[in-house]
Design a protein around this ligand. Structure first.
Ligand SMILES: Nc1nc2c(ncn2[C@@H]2O[C@H](COP(=O)(O)OP(=O)(O)OP(=O)(O)O)[C@@H](O)[C@H]2O)c(=O)[nH]1
Ligand SMILES: [Mg+2]
Ligand SMILES: [Zn+2]
Length: 295
């Protein structure tokens, strides 16, 4: 038996990546009754029979599972935002960071359209300093051009042997990044076409794809997000620059809003915490408090 990762289920078959190839698998009888339980990202054991065909014999317990997109065992989320056209929506970026951190998934920030941004600068556009703000907090930040390939290799180096999900607003360059990362080795996939002979398909299939030595899922863009169920203290935990300073607040229950002697507000006034981050924190805090009241 060999170990692999489920890429997708489609048309009654499951496609599993193992030993550097994709296997078309069917389920052992005992799995068949609960086959909706399989998600892309599930770690499975398969038994090959003929060439490229196998049966799934066992599935490991999941480490985590995202709801949208539905993928299990996600190691990292690559949050993709354009540096220009469109300008990054920092509220959405901070929201995504909260969601990902709350799910205990590592966030990576990739700023795209570096080529366009550099062109903009020549015509006197304002410099974008936000990348350094996020670097200073401790996030992993990349600046890339999917057009010229600048910075792409560095992003690819972090994908090896991991399950990654691309997320971010529409037009940010997620699919372009995926393509830029995929150049080079093309994998033999056999029957992996998503075109169904049985007619139109409205659901967009979630699938993992082999990319830069790891597995990556592209997702459609979105413009709004709701925060996960969390309490106010958990929210502050999702802001690393707050979490580091929290013990210096006068009250241990401080939510860094109206309380006196708050270390977060002091850091804000000293310019050690970015005002956009604190502003978004307050917006999210109101949402979390409103949600708490509903229960
Ligand atoms: N100049 C430049 N254009 C880019 C870059 N990355 C993406 N684009 C362009 O931006 C547009 C949107 O790119 P996509 O990759 O489709 O964006 P997406 O995030 O996948 O968008 P959705 O699938 O709608 O969520 C396309 O016209 C790309 O050619 C880049 O690094 N530089
Ligand atoms: Mg896309
Ligand atoms: Zn405080």
């Amino acid at each position: 038996m060999i170990e692999g990762v489920l890429l997708k289920g489609y048309g009654g078959f499951y496609y599993v990546y193992a030993e550097d190839r994709v296997w078309e698998c069917s389920l052992r009888g005992r799995f068949r009754v609960k086959d909706q339980d399989f998600l892309p990202g599930d770690r499975v054991k398969i038994l090959p029979d003929e060439e490229n065909k196998a049966t799934i014999e066992a599935v490991e317990p999941r480490r985590n599972a995202l709801i949208r997109p539905t993928i299990a065992n996600v190691d990292q989320a690559i949050l993709v935002f354009a540096m220009t056209s469109p300008k990054p929506d920092l509220n959405l970026m901070d929201r995504l960071l909260v969601q990902v951190t709350d799910a205990e998934i590592d966030p990576i920030l990739v700023f795209t359209k570096l080529d366009k941004y550099e062109e903009d600068l020549k015509t006197g556009s304002e410099e974008l300093t936000i990348m350094d703000v996020y670097r200073k907090i401790g996030y992993t930040v990349f600046e890339v051009s999917n057009e010229t390939g600048q910075g792409i290799e560095a992003v690819g180096a972090g994908l090896k042997n991991k399950i990654s999900v691309l997320a971010g607003p529409s037009g940010a360059g997620k699919s372009s990044l995926f393509n830029a990362l995929s150049t080079g080795k093309k994998l033999k996939t056999g029957e992996l076409s998503l075109k169904s002979k049985r007619g139109r398909h409205t659901t967009r299939h979630v699938e993992l794809m082999v990319c830069a030595g790891g597995l990556v899922a592209d997702t459609p863009g979105f413009s709004a997000l709701f925060l996960p169920d969390m309490n106010r203290l958990e929210l502050a935990e999702c802001f690393p620059e707050f979490a580091q300073r929290r013990s210096q607040c006068r009250f241990s229950s401080c939510i860094h809003d109206k309380e006196p002697n708050c270390a977060i507000k002091e850091a804000l006034e000293n310019g050690e915490i970015a005002s956009s981050r604190y502003e978004h924190y307050l917006i999210f805090l109101q949402e979390v408090i409103a949600a708490e009241r509903r229960y």
